[in-house]
Design a protein around this ligand. Structure first.
Ligand SMILES: [Zn+2]
Length: 300
């Protein structure tokens, strides 16, 4: 079996059995660069979306079903950003942000989540169709960054001690992003008593300190294979396992036929109003910015 390149556009599972810890590490290069290139966002928004996509990859890589879907959607009130959506399906990622450029221009250079989202929540939806499992968690968008918000969500709402680190950096005109998610999951993971609600279990602080020593430049360095990075952090552990790697890529599921069928359902007078100067109705995909020109005659 050909080995998967473990440097970029990949998520790797990690387990430290003797410490009851497991997690995922991911790095995005072409994937995130292609997604961002489809939009013209200011750097602050690019970085935010790059980190959100990395979080999406880390959480998506936790899904047990290959066709499971994970969606992050920010619900905000009074913020510079009024919508952010990212999703993951079978290793494919996509995402976009809707924001007010004028208000962003007046924001601090390193805005907090509150600056960006106002009173905001991130809805995380895990969807596993085969098992008919659908689960949604709500993360308050508070703290300095998305990693912090996700980490406190796991600790407080899920009662799972967790470490989340996200980083994104533009190098030579291209975006690179990386992230690490570690969780303490002793016995009780599958419905038995949750022993890990004790946040003072000695194994966890040890793992959290080692994992927390990861540097942003290590997460984003495209030359540093993820298995080497994991080894660098945890080589002194009794046992360190890496699980099957999941290749990541940009993927959009927009479909011209679907777009046409949606437009066809509008009343004729509303469709008329959508026709542009060139005589066509143009619908753009919010995720990938693809444009779908529709001939009005085709609809009637
Ligand atoms: Zn699309």
């Amino acid at each position: 079996m050909p080995s998967v390149e473990l440097s970029t556009d990949v998520a790797l599972g990690v387990a430290i059995p003797s410490r009851n810890a497991r997690g995922r590490i991911a790095r995005l290069a072409t994937t995130v660069d292609t997604i961002l290139a489809a939009h013209e966002y200011p750097a602050v928004i690019e970085r935010l979306l790059a980190e959100a996509l990395t979080l999406t990859a880390l959480l998506g890589a936790l899904l047990k079903e290959p066709q499971g879907q994970l969606t992050l959607q920010a619900q905000t009130e009074g913020g510079i950003i009024d919508l952010m959506v990212c999703d993951y399906l079978g290793g494919e990622l996509r995402g976009y942000v809707r924001h007010d450029p004028e208000r962003l221009a007046g924001a601090p250079a390193e805005p907090t989540l509150k600056d960006l989202f106002g009173t905001g929540y991130l809805a995380i939806t895990f969807d596993q169709p085969l098992a008919k499992e659908r689960y949604q968690g709500i993360v308050p968008l508070e703290g300095r960054n998305l990693g912090e918000a996700a980490q406190s969500y796991f600790a407080q709402s899920e009662q799972i001690p967790s470490l989340v680190r996200l980083a994104a950096e533009k190098r030579d005109g291209h975006w690179f992003a990386g992230g690490l998610l570690l969780q303490h999951l002793p016995e009780g993971e599958e419905g038995r008593e949750r022993l890990h609600t004790r946040l003072d279990h000695p194994d966890w602080p040890h793992v959290a300190i080692l994992g927390g020593s990861i540097k942003a430049e290590e997460l984003t360095d495209p030359e540093l294979p993820l298995d080497d990075l994991v080894w660098r952090l945890f080589h002194e552990e009794e046992e360190l396992r890496t699980l099957a790697a999941i290749p990541l890529s940009r993927g959009c599921r927009c479909d011209p036929d679907y777009v046409r069928s949606v437009i066809a359902r509008f009343p004729a007078d509303e469709r008329e109003a959508m026709v542009g100067d060139d005589g066509l109705i143009r619908v753009d995909c919010a995720f990938c910015s693809s444009s779908f020109p529709i001939e009005p005659k085709e609809l009637s």
